[in-house]
Design a protein around this ligand. Structure first.
Ligand code: S3P
Length: 180
């Protein structure tokens, strides 16, 4: 297995497989896996849907930014991080993530996203709407400018998390090896 020396940051919309792929990557590369949603839950003692319900989205985003800002406390290169899908909305988060390692954007078709998370009570942003399908399309469109800039993209629509992880390792290994 190659030793990738930088952190790997997985970002992308809800339901694109960031956590599933991140856990596999961390195991294969012997890095520590962190999920920013889980860190926010630890910080607040509340589950993500409860945070949205009790305190609102801005409160959640502020805690999300705080856990992202604290990523530099870990040894450089030791992490695989799965961000929440909205982490890229704030410029400061994007800058910190970019600095901290390779940022890989996971994508999936709206149909795959909906199949994976359409009825998940743990996704508060989809719960506020009568139509999760419309909400997914609405949010994807709104987020497109933030996701667009990433060069390293992996489409998980039709591949297993293990296959997506293998593709990421192959692509990052050749990037770290540099031009031949
Ligand atoms: C959000 C995505 C969620 C979580 C929160 C908000 C978003 O994370 O951070 O519900 O704004 O897209 P996942 O992408 O892991 O579902």
């Amino acid at each position: 297995m190659p030793t990738l020396t930088k952190n790997i940051i997985l970002t992308g919309f809800m339901g694109t497989g960031k956590t599933a792929v991140g856990l596999i990557l961390a195991r294969r590369l012997k890095k520590r896996f962190l999920d920013t949603d889980a860190l926010v839950e630890q910080l607040t003692g509340l589950a993500v849907p409860e945070i949205f319900e009790l305190h609102g989205e801005t409160f959640f985003r502020d805690r999300e930014s705080a856990v992202i800002a604290a990523l530099d406390r870990y040894p450089p290169g030791s992490l695989v991080v799965a961000t929440g899908g909205g982490a890229v909305l704030r410029k400061r988060n994007r800058q910190i993530l970019q600095r901290s390692g390779f940022v890989v954007l996971l994508t999936a078709s709206p149909a795959a996203i909906l199949r994976r998370i359409g009825s998940d009570p743990g996704r508060p942003l989809l719960r506020g709407s009568n139509s999760p399908a419309e909400m997914v399309l609405f949010l994807l469109k709104k987020r497109e400018p933030y996701y667009r800039g990433y060069q390293l993209k992996v489409d998980t629509t039709a591949v297993s998390p293990a296959k997506a992880a293998a593709e990421i390792i192959a692509r990052l290994s050749s990037l770290e090896a540099g031009p031949r």
